[in-house]
Design a binder for this molecule. Structure first.
Ligand code: NAD
Ligand code: DAU
Length: 331
């Protein structure tokens, strides 16, 4: 099987590439990545001898068409992925998430190639803290930020290409991932690298916002389950029942580092900050028999802390610029 992975130099795509090389030696992997500020060649060094890496944009229709024509499956991770950046400048989000997905869809339509679209639970908006409900595939779309609205738009493009043109596609909407190779602009690695540097963790607002954490390896095993066994045209929600509020996450990290649980700062809140995400993954579990393996959040977090401690060369070059950017918004 020839698999084209878009965004394979980013957090989840790199982990997916590693997992694929490790567990599926008969799969031929090509990574297409523009190596934006979020992509990092270092993340692919351990698998460099087993993949073909193409540097380029998913908005480049000639390049995309050539690569898609040589593939059996496209797994589409490439995106602008950070909400805070989308509030500062939405333009690359529209280009990559909407125009890029459109460009890929046109190519898979022309060449009859199977497509799996990676999306987010944020397309559903947010839930109240005291609401027992979780997101299901039937929850209406209600995105809040430029990031999530462009992801919602890209999902709708995929659905339309399935219905109108018979494209063989599936969609997955996953909750918040954590694990190795995550960009240090994101919540967990930002706080871990702050703590390594002796800086107090920074909580947006009161810190009561809830995210449904899943280890990146579990996200990616679910993606493979969908590629292997998923029904064409179907949407699968991926989550591992990992709801935690941000304060709990920070206090877990403080404990791991041996600090007092109050050694953190409240900083300016994110405008339009979604309150709570929660995933009902029963379709994935019941239909495809998928189960998460990393169900102990605390030990997953400890392993992630160890990874950042051991891979300072990977994250250190970005730290100063990331913190300078946050300083501009008082975060
Ligand atoms: P990331 O920002 O770490 O990586 C994105 C990758 O895409 C980078 O390597 C970047 O260089 C590449 N890229 C960006 N624009 C491109 C373009 N125009 N052409 C080619 N490559 C381009 O993101 P991530 O956290 O790994 O997220 C990957 C996917 O998973 C995204 O589609 C995101 O919406 C989705 N997702 C993420 C999470 C999460 O918690 N991180 C949860 C659910 C879904
Ligand atoms: O739900 C899936 C989504 O999860 C993905 O689609 C996105 O690509 C991914 O970035 C993530 O979005 P969030 O906005 O939830 O993740 P982020 O890591 O930016 O923030 C997680 C929570 O932590 C959120 O409530 C904001 C808060 N936060 C974040 C940072 C960076 C802080 O309190 N302090 C911080 O310094």
């Amino acid at each position: 099987m020839r698999v084209l992975i878009t965004g394979g130099a980013g957090f989840i795509g790199a982990n997916f590439t590693h997992q694929t090389v490790r567990e599926r030696p008969d799969v031929q992997v090509t990574v297409l990545d523009a190596l934006t500020y979020a992509g990092d060649l270092k993340s692919l060094v351990p698998v460099a001898d087993h993949i073909t890496l193409v540097r380029g944009s998913i908005t480049d229709s000639d390049l995309v068409e050539r690569l898609v024509a040589e593939s059996d499956v496209v797994v589409h991770f490439a995106a602008e992925s950070h909400n805070d950046n989308s509030l500062n400048d939405p333009s690359p989000f529209v280009q990559t998430n909407l125009v890029g997905t459109f460009t890929l869809l046109e190519a898979v339509r022309k060449h009859g190639v199977r497509f799996h679209h990676i999306s987010t639970d944020e397309v559903y908006g947010d839930l109240e803290l005291d609401d027992p409900a979780k997101f299901t595939p039937e929850t209406p779309y209600n995105p809040s930020s430029p990031y999530s609205s462009t992801k919602a738009g890209s999902d709708l493009l995929v659905r339309a290409w399935v219905r109108s043109f018979g494209v063989e596609a599936t969609i997955s909407n996953c909750s918040n991932n954590y694990g190795p190779y995550q960009h240090i602009e994101k919540f967990i690695p930002r706080q871990i690298t702050n703590l390594i540097d002796g800086v107090r963790p920074k909580l947006y607002g009161a810190g009561l916002n809830v995210r449904d954490w899943i280890h990146v390896e579990d996200h990616n095993s679910a993606v493979w389950a969908i590629i292997d066994k998923g029904r064409i045209g179907e949407t699968y929600l991926i989550g591992a029942d990992g709801e935690k509020n941000n304060l709990e996450v920070v206090q877990n990290l403080l404990e791991i580092f041996g600090h007092d649980k109050n050694d953190f700062d409240h900083v300016a809140d994110r405008p339009g900050h979604d309150m709570r995400y929660a995933i009902d993954a029963s379709r994935l579990r019941d239909e495809l028999g998928w189960e998460p393996r990393f169900t102990d959040f605390r030990s997953g977090l400890e392993a992630t802390v160890d990874w950042y401690r051991e891979h300072e060369v990977w994250w250190r070059p970005r730290k100063e610029a990331v913190e300078a950017k946050y300083a501009q918004t008082g975060q």
